[in-house]
Write a protein that binds this ligand. Sequence first.
Ligand code: PNS
Length: 165
Amino acid sequence: MIAIYPGSFDPLTNGHLDLIERGARIFDELVVAILHNPGKTPLFSVEERLEMLRECTVGRTNVRVESFEGLLVDYARQSKAQVVLRGVRAVSDYEYELQMAWMNRQLDSTLETVFMMPAGAYPYLSSKLVREIASLGGAISGMVPPSVEERLRVRLGASPLAQKK
Ligand code: PNS
């Protein structure tokens, strides 16, 4: 069974990686797909996000990292995926996720959305907060892989506070 794990991944967090690991254990093939969220202006280009994801999933033989411009349901059809995998952290995610799952079902009734919980360490971790903390010089180690932390430092600059930690 092929599953797509779609998202903005701007940037990839340890919560995303946890979900990738869980998904890769359950599905025969997991396609991690960077798709466009019209509600977000990304910090990293699609190319940079592809690089980050590929660096951090290297060696995972049933995980493929791709990007797609367009509807998730079209990409799922093209990839022959039967499942969309999404992570649900706290209750606050639920409404947004349910709305997307329902819409995707309207667009393609053969596509199932499967929700998984990330590990207990990551219920409140989000790319948005990681970007905000990094931009204000806070420590983000443990929230993102070291290579992503370095890219954030280069992109946002190291503040005196970040150097202290
Ligand atoms: O990580 P995000 O930003 O929560 O992921 C949202 C994403 C990219 C999965 C969603 O915006 C999406 O599926 N974009 C592709 C366009 C599409 O299919 N939109 C209709 C969604 S119901």
